[in-house]
Design a protein around this ligand. Structure first.
Ligand SMILES: [Zn+2]
Ligand SMILES: [Zn+2]
Length: 373
């Protein structure tokens, strides 16, 4: 006859797995319910958000259709999507406003050094046309380039010499997925097991702090100004509606969008080029009301930064970190901050958010990131 201790020993893991499964099954998204903000902000600027790295079945490895993508974008209340199919601009025939969403054609170009996103250009670089000067070529044609998933295990960016790119993608679901399926595989296995139970939770479980991407960014900023972007890199499977708001690019503009496709495309590209943007994991909480302003104080040649998330009801669940040239100069809990006495150089701000753990307590996760040059 088994002793009572043996029975408890067998029962404990079963109870624990049951408890965690229930917690995961009932884990709801967004984690924090925050109302979306109107496009016009209190300071007179305008805010719009979009997903800017996505594929359709015009990509060799894409399975989703344009209508499926638009439906998901519309449900997620995105203002724009920039479709970046591999090495082709076939999606261009769909450009324009559909279902309230502006669809814009971009491209993801494969090079011997990794992948990059080409925006605001009709230049269709074929495999044979690839040279070390692709960034310059895109620039000559009026466009701009963003290094895609620079530290992904399968397609990292390896060329350190060609610096004519304009932006760096800091977060992609692709990189998180690939990282989690490397030794010790724990996150990958847990996310796979629980994805049928709660797909969004399995996505949340993959997120780690993007240390390598930030190191890549720091190296780049030491040579030339760049902006940051992020994206789901969705391919239609899992379906767009599950992943489209994984990481969104929020732009701030001086003029409102007009509903005229050609005009609005220019406004959106201009905001991205100028780095008038921030990136956010909106599936955790709507990040519309984030702001970051720099004031210059001529008396002592310093700057001050006003930063925060307006009307965020759960301010004890946030932490604001500010880095000046990679050195942490501010780190406090709350939903707003004023950081004074900042000397020259770039600033990187991040908002960390507490998400409940499925065991006990909570985990701090990167929610919003902004680069202020
Ligand atoms: Zn890629
Ligand atoms: Zn991609």
């Amino acid at each position: 006859m088994k002793s009572i201790f043996a029975k408890i020993l067998i029962a404990l893991p079963v109870i624990l797995i049951f408890y965690v499964s229930i917690r995961i099954a009932f884990y709801s998204f967004p984690v924090y319910n925050v109302q979306p903000s109107p496009s016009k902000r209190p300071d007179g600027t305008y805010h719009y958000k979009g997903a800017i790295h996505l594929h359709t079945n015009f990509s060799h490895d894409g399975v989703g259709t344009v209508p499926e993508l638009l439906l998901a974008a519309s449900k997620a209340e995105l203002n724009f999507v920039i479709v970046t199919d591999h090495n082709n601009l076939n999606v261009k025939e769909y450009e324009g406003y559909k279902q309230g969403v502006l669809l814009i054609a971009g491209m993801e170009i494969s090079t011997p050094y990794g992948h990059f996103l080409a925006f605001d250009t009709d230049e269709n670089l074929k495999e044979t046309e690839k040279t070390d000067y692709f960034f310059k070529r895109i620039k000559q044609k009026g466009g701009f380039s963003v290094i895609a998933h620079p530290t992904s295990p399968t397609n990292p960016w390896t060329d350190k010499k060609n610096l004519d790119y304009d932006g760096i993608e800091i977060l992609t679901l692709k990189t998180y997925l690939e990282n989690s399926f490397r030794p010790p595989f724990v996150k990958g296995i847990i996310s796979t097991l629980f994805s049928p139970v709660n797909f969004r939770w399995s996505m949340l479980n993959l997120i780690t702090y993007p240390k390598k991407e930030i190191d890549f960014l720091s190296d780049a900023l030491a040579t030339h100004p760049v902006f940051i972007t992020c994206g789901s890199d969705a391919h239609g499977k899992p379906s767009y509606d599950k992943v489209i708001d994984f990481c969104l690019t929020h732009i701030i503009t001086d003029t409102p969008l007009t509903n005229d496709y050609a005009t609005d495309k220019k406004i959106i590209f201009s905001a991205i080029r100028n780095g008038s943007l921030y990136i956010a994991n909106d599936f955790i909480a709507n990040a519309d009301s984030f702001y970051a302003y720099m004031d210059f104080n001529p008396a002592d040649n310093t700057r001050s930064l006003k930063i925060g998330i307006r009307d965020f009801p759960y301010k004890d669940h946030l932490k604001i970190n500010v880095y000046a040239m990679d050195k942490k100069i501010y780190s406090q809990r709350g939903n707003s901050a004023v950081v004074k006495g900042i000397s020259s150089g770039h600033l990187r701000a991040e908002v960390m958010i507490d998400v409940p753990s499925v065991f006990f307590g909570s985990n701090e996760i990167l929610w919003i990131m902004a680069l202020i040059l």
